[in-house]
Ligand binder design. Structure first.
Ligand code: ATP
Ligand code: MG
Length: 576
């Protein structure tokens, strides 16, 4: 019982402002249950009138019968209405609430996988309204059963006792069975999640999966999980078979015994024919009512798994130490400075006393071995994490002091994988600026306007995953155009050419040479062509800056830079 109440409590927490509609649902369900108890009274009345030869009385009970049914269907109507209103809320609002929560606490991925979150957002929320419905229906079934028992007691105590014993036995067996079924249900959900997760990751990285021929190994992995899922599913089905094919026998044997007893009472004139009809109707009702209650309770504990999954996500609040300041000065020149910056992840030092200062109108490039901390520098400038000590300044003001709005409109960037949505080019650009003139201007500046215009649908072309015309290079240029639309002074570019064709690398290089005339550019790259266009170089080694300055100067002074530049050249020529 406690289990069911806990599920309902959680549900109320999730639906904090929908109490009134839940109350309406309970009232309508209660009325509906009570009204279902009334027709047998009218039926028994009709039989009593027939046996009495009172034909006027029959009409009275027929009208009563119709009224009882109108009452029954109208309360059901009301109940359906409350269900629809509540479903609207749960499907849409809770999904939004969940997504917002996840988006604001992205560290949640350490605890809950993305696949599971998507499943919960799309699937679990759809069942929330059913949980409320099941809970209310189960509760009302209990009330209805008690009322029926009282009716039996009123007519015959022995019959009431037999009905009670039969019902309790049935309830006991079914409830035990429900526990097993929901245990196995939880198991199937767990492995379903795992499978969805792997499928999701496979689809996201399909290109790499195919190129590296990872499919067979991943399929093996999936198969193992599928076998575990099968075991759980079989456990569930076995219990369901027991539930629906074996337990009912007990009730049917009891039922036959009760009917023989009632018939005996009629023969010995202890009860009249109309009472026989009434009691049989009510006994049938106790069975259907117990059945529906048990089904609802079973659903409730199954859906409870869904409710708890939603709660796990909503309850997750990582310790975020980042807060944004209130400096709203929007006139930023774009001078970026790292002053003795230390940054740790856990106990591991990632950046060690990093200092450098960069200015507008220059391309500044960070180079270094993989894992040396290049992306970390870029990510810190997105204010994703706070540093351990030191200062990061923009125009001599700590980056943490700027308001969110000012900061995001002055610092923008592009990542390694072109980040576009499956929307039209125009819609992608409009995520930052919906002014068509500005969009065209930005696309002209990165040199893709004419290309876009040459497409049959121009700016309305939808960017799809495997679209041949819009290659990753084009996508990356669209992303750069979008970054330009933000009017940011500072552009952060992390390996933006590493995934695209050489011709686009050259093109992007040309674009950057133009963009530096009115931006501060901080770029991370492994590509020699991109190192070539840099004005200044920062060389990172194991989290430390080991050289910085004008490109030519660093090339002469720093062997690591020479090594990186030449090695990358060498590896490219090897591939070619
Ligand atoms: P690459 O050239 O491969 O992109 P990078 O120079 O950009 O490398 P970073 O991504 O900045 O390197 O990583 C610096 C170090 O921080 C690496 O040793 C990496 O393992 C570690 N690191 C980065 N992110 C995390 C994380 N979320 N948890 C633990 N360690 C991390
Ligand atoms: Mg990196």
């Amino acid at each position: 019982m406690k289990r069911y109440i806990n599920i309902f409590k959680t549900l109320l927490e999730i639906a904090n402002n929908k109490m009134w509609i839940i109350i309406q649902m309970a009232i309508s369900s209660g009325l509906n249950n009570i009204s279902s108890l009334l027709p047998p009274i009218a039926t028994a009345g009709i039989i009593a009138m027939i046996t009495d030869n009172n034909f006027n009385g029959i009409w009275y009970y027929v009208i009563l019968y119709v009224i009882f049914y109108i009452f029954y269907f109208e309360s059901l109507h009301w109940n359906y209405y409350t269900y629809t209103v509540l479903a609207d809320y749960y499907h849409l609002e809770v999904q939004k609430k969940l997504f917002d929560h996840v988006a604001n606490n992205d560290e949640i991925y350490d605890k809950v996988s993305k696949g599971k979150i998507i499943e919960t957002c799309s699937d679990d929320v759809r069942y929330l309204v059913d949980v409320v419905d099941c809970f209310i229906k189960s509760l009302m079934s209990v009330v209805k059963l008690l009322v029926i028992l009282l009716i039996f007691m009123y007519y015959n105590f022995l019959v009431a006792t037999i009905v009670l014993i039969l019902d309790l036995l049935y309830l006991y067996l079914m409830n035990n069975n429900s526990k097993n079924v929901s245990k196995y249900y939880e198991g199937t959900r767990k492995y379903e999640d795992k499978i969805i997760d792997i499928l999701n990751q496979m689809l996201t990285n399909l290109k790499q999966v195919k190129t590296l021929n990872l499919m067979p190994k991943l399929n093996l992995n999936l198969d193992k999980t599928r076998i575990k899922w099968k075991e759980q599913y079989k456990g569930k089905r076995d219990n369901m078979t027991f539930r629906y094919c074996l337990i009912p026998y007990i009730v049917y044997i009891g039922k036959i015994f009760l009917y023989i007893l009632l018939s005996y009472f009629v023969i010995t004139k202890k009860i009249t024919l109309d009472k026989l009809v009434l009691l049989i109707s009510y006994f049938e009702m106790t069975i259907t009512c117990t059945d529906s209650m048990l089904d609802n309770l079973l659903n409730l504990s199954n859906y409870g798994v869904r409710v708890n999954r939603i709660k796990t996500i909503l309850d997750y609040t990582p310790q975020k130490d980042l807060d944004f300041g209130d400096v709203t000065n929007d006139y930023i020149n774009g001078v970026v400075e790292f002053k003795n910056v230390y940054y740790d992840i856990g106990n591991r030092n990632i950046l060690n006393k990093v200092s450098f200062k960069i200015y507008p109108n220059e391309i500044n490039t960070i180079v270094g071995h993989s894992g040396s901390g290049k992306s970390t520098i870029i990510n810190l400038l997105y204010r994703a994490k706070r540093i351990k000590s030191g200062e990061i300044l923009i125009d001599n003001e700590s980056i943490y002091n700027y308001s969110k709005k000012v900061y995001s409109s002055n610092v923008s960037g592009v990542f390694q994988i072109p980040f576009v949505f499956e929307m039209s080019i125009r819609e992608n650009l409009a995520l930052v600026d919906s002014n068509i003139k500005n969009q065209i201007e930005a696309c002209k500046r990165v040199g893709i306007h004419d290309f876009i215009e040459s497409l049959p649908k121009g700016y309305n072309t939808v960017i799809k995953e495997d679209q041949k015309q819009i290659t990753d290079g084009v996508k990356q240029l669209i992303v750069i155009a979008r970054a330009l639309l933000s009017k940011a002074e500072i552009l952060l570019l992390d390996e933006i050419t590493s995934n695209i064709d050489p011709e686009f690398t050259v093109k992007i290089g040309e674009v950057l040479l133009d963009l530096k005339t009115d931006h501060t550019i901080l770029m991370v790259t492994h590509k020699p062509e991109m190192m070539e266009i840099a004005d200044r170089i920062i060389v990172l080694d194991k989290g430390k800056v080991i050289a910085k300055g004008l490109n030519k100067y660093v090339y002469e002074k720093c062997s690591l830079y020479r090594e990186l530049k030449n090695r990358t050249f060498a590896s490219i020529s090897r591939i070619e």
